[in-house]
Write a protein that binds this ligand. Sequence first.
Ligand SMILES: [Zn+2]
Length: 314
Amino acid sequence: MKSTVVGSYPVELKEPSSPKDKLLKALGAHDIYKDAIRSSVIAQLDAGVDIISDGQVRGDMVSIFTKYIPGMKIEDGNTMIVSKIQRPIQEISVKDLKYAKKVMSDYYNGNIPEGKGVKGIITGPNTIVHSSRIQFFYKNREDAIIDLAHSLKYEVDAIAKKVKPVYIQIDEPFLSTGMVDMKTARESIDILRDGLDVPLGMHVCGILSDAFKDISKFNVDILDFEFAGNNVNLGVLEKNADLIADKKIGFGCVDSSVNTVDDVSDVDELVAKAIEIVGKDNLLLDPDCGLRRAPKDVAFEKLKLMNDIKDKYS
Ligand SMILES: [Zn+2]
């Protein structure tokens, strides 16, 4: 049994303190987010997380991608689709992931232990299009989703080739809302997966009662859901475990929607139940969703608690 995070971690932006960084700032070349990536990576490792993220420190999950994608435009923080969606103008997260991997490698004195590493995270085309407004060009969302999948595929392939992550996760929170056409959604994930030589995961938060059967058919290796913050999903998983027998389950076991540390015995009970349903080897423990909104110490304690439980059952 391994552990991971969904992605985001509390960000603390610090003014540069070293002479080198001060000089870079004076030249307009200091990257204030680099320190935030570093501290989020170290916090995850100190807490015992096996597969870490770069902390997704740079901003919200939609505009962080759409600002690099021709055909999409950000106005007052909202993304508009204004013309045909094309390939990104540059790599989006490769540099940050490489840096996160370097911090991790240094943490382990140059040798990242087997089974540990970083993961790449991409906001999925369905979620991006459904959170954007189509202004011009597309008559329906589905065509925009397919074009965006082809665009994001460049980023997926760049991460796979240049970062060599443990796996790549596609975030598709919208899939549980009932708003998304599941056939198009599946086709878009197939586009992202085409020829990929690292495992692919998909994170979907929210209540799964209506969407689970459709989601179980997606061509991914890992499905990641929340189980701590709602009391419906565990029953859905239990009833439909045979549908996902070929996949691993990312099992959200601490509640990211509350800013207090979870009760140990609650988490323990939840994980014991998950082991019973899908088996230890098919489980990847993580929080329900990103931890961006939690106070830093609470985020750390949540990860620590989760890893203590992991160790207990490993
Ligand atoms: Zn989520």
